[in-house]
Every structure is written in structure tokens, then in C-alpha cells.
Design a binder for this molecule. Sequence first.
Ligand code: DGL
Length: 262
Amino acid sequence: MQDKAIGIFDSGIGGTSIWKEISSLLPNENTVYLADSKYAPYGKRSKNEIIELSIKNTEKLLELNCKIIVVACNTATTNAIKTLRSTYENINFIGIEPAIKPAAIHSKTKKIGVLATKGTLSSELFAKTSDLYTQNIKVIEVIGTGLVELIEAGKIDSPEMYTLLKSYIDPMIKKDIDYLVLGCSHYPYLISVLKKMLSNKVTIIDSGEAVARQTKAILKANKLLNSTANKSIHTLYTNGNVDVLKDIIKPDSTTTVSILDF
Ligand code: DGL
């Protein structure tokens, strides 16, 4: 059981930002990653569609013999994790949510920006978390329409990306935010572009490291950590463009990337 893989899925290649954190914190663990790029972006879809897609991905990861599932997608977590947990009672699910709490705690201007998909920002779970931690804080929520599509098309460093991202960030800067929460697992790939438009007074926060720590804690608590000394194997599948996925993760000899129909 312990040498079974950690299963990870996202609507596309963005969740590899989480996969990187997990494989670096847990070097003994095997991983299987599903990039559901064919159905990206999830952010525009209805709650029911997001639940259906999350179940489809979970079924595939279980078929591929995974011992735990990381939902490396804020949109899928905020809309579907409750259903996943009640449908698959014997499997542990780890989710990802925008890291509002640390931003709210540390903000000096008491103004924080959250950049996320429409699906995440309109979810009940996001509203609940936001209410809990931002009593005296102004939260400037912005939907990152089009950002996931450009990342999925391999256009991270393009002029189009710069212009679009700037149109979302400038209004937040004008409102004096000192923390920017990246509420989508695709967005950590935009940090270098974001740094060109943000002063060093604004701290960027994403949830990747916290998700990796939580994954480790849950594996440990359930005695599922892999104690075999073998070198870990990473298997990544996409139902979209394999070259874009390879380009973003730069596979080494322990990692295979291929196309799968799911
Ligand atoms: N990476 C995703 C997230 O964290 C999904 C974005 C999308 O497909 O719209 O929300």
C-alpha cells in the first residue's frame, strides 16, 4: 500500500505547481498526475460539471492505483471536494484553497487582493473561508478571465499575458493591497511576470507549500508514507498538449509524460 502513488489532478497543467512542491517535500513518494486540459478551464463551468469532472479524474487515479488524492485545483476543491469525500469514504482527499488567512493576518494596509477563477470566487466554500478570516480586512477579488487559457497555450511570457494580467493587477495596486493571494494553481507560473508589475511592498502568496505539508501530514497520520528505499517514479498524463506539459515541468529521468484519454 505505501508504495502506491499519490494521485494529483487539476483542470490542466497548473496543478504541476503543487506536484513540484509535493515531490520535493516527499522525495520517496511515487506520483501520478492528471492534467485534464481537454476540459480546461473549469473556472467557467457549473458546479455540477466541476463535480462530474472531478469524479471522472478520481476514478482514473484510483484505477491507476493511487493511495491518496490531491485535488490540485482551487476551482475543483471549492466546488467538489465535499462530494468527493462523501462518495469515496475510504480515500483521503487533500484540497487547495486560496491562502486568505495568512494574507489577512499579516496585512498592514488591511487590504488584500485575491486573483482566482469565477468558479472559486463564487463558491460557498470560498465565501465561508473569506468571512472567517477577513472581518477587518478589505478583500479585492478579481476573476482572472483568460489567464488559464494563455498558460494552457504555453503563452506565459507573452505580451498578451502581460497586458491581460496588468489589467487585473493595476486596480488592486490602486486600492493599496500589500498581499496578493494567488487563488488558482495555474497562477504560480505567473510570479515572474507579476513581479514586473508589483512593487516589493506587495507579497505574493500561493498555497503550494501548505498543500504539500498537509499531504505529508495526512500520509503520516494514516501510516501511508512510503518507507521503501527505491527511487520514486513520477508519471504525468495529459489529455491535451503533451509538449506544453513537458515544457512546464522539464522532466528528468524519474519522470514520464504521456498522452492519455480520460
Ligand atoms: N488550476 C485551477 C484552479 O486552481 C483551475 C483553473 C481553471 O481551470 O479554470 O482553480
